[in-house]
Design a protein around this ligand. Structure first.
Ligand SMILES: [Zn+2]
Length: 109
């Protein structure tokens, strides 16, 4: 009996799912949900790909989901999973950030 390849671990599967872009962003190549990359931990459980990145590279004790601990993007690229472009913030900060960004876009145009 021939054995198939050894099943890949989470980290290997994760590394297979993004592409490093010239601007430094690691753009998610797999499924998206509401504009954010999704990583399937098991066939039934999924987690935001950027959150998974934060767990893998920054803080493994990060909860899978928390309203008080949002992972935000410094690069404003929601499909980016580069841990160096991610920072931990609260929902409120995230809203403020969006607001400021919108203001910026309006003034610029
Ligand atoms: Zn980025």
């Amino acid at each position: 009996m021939k054995r198939g390849p050894k099943p890949k671990n989470l980290k290997e599967r994760f590394d297979d799912s993004y592409k490093k872009m010239p601007n430094g962003c690691w753009e998610w190549q797999k499924g998206l949900h509401r504009g954010y990359g999704q990583f399937w931990i098991t066939p039934k459980e999924r987690i935001g790909a950027h959150r998974m990145s934060y767990k893998l590279f920054v803080d493994e004790n990060m909860p899978d989901w928390s309203i008080d601990a949002q992972i935000n993007h410094k690069c404003h690229n929601p499909i980016c999973v580069n841990p160096n472009h991610l920072y931990l913030g609260t929902q409120t900060e995230n809203m403020k950030d969006r607001f400021e960004r919108r203001t910026y876009e309006i003034t610029r145009s």
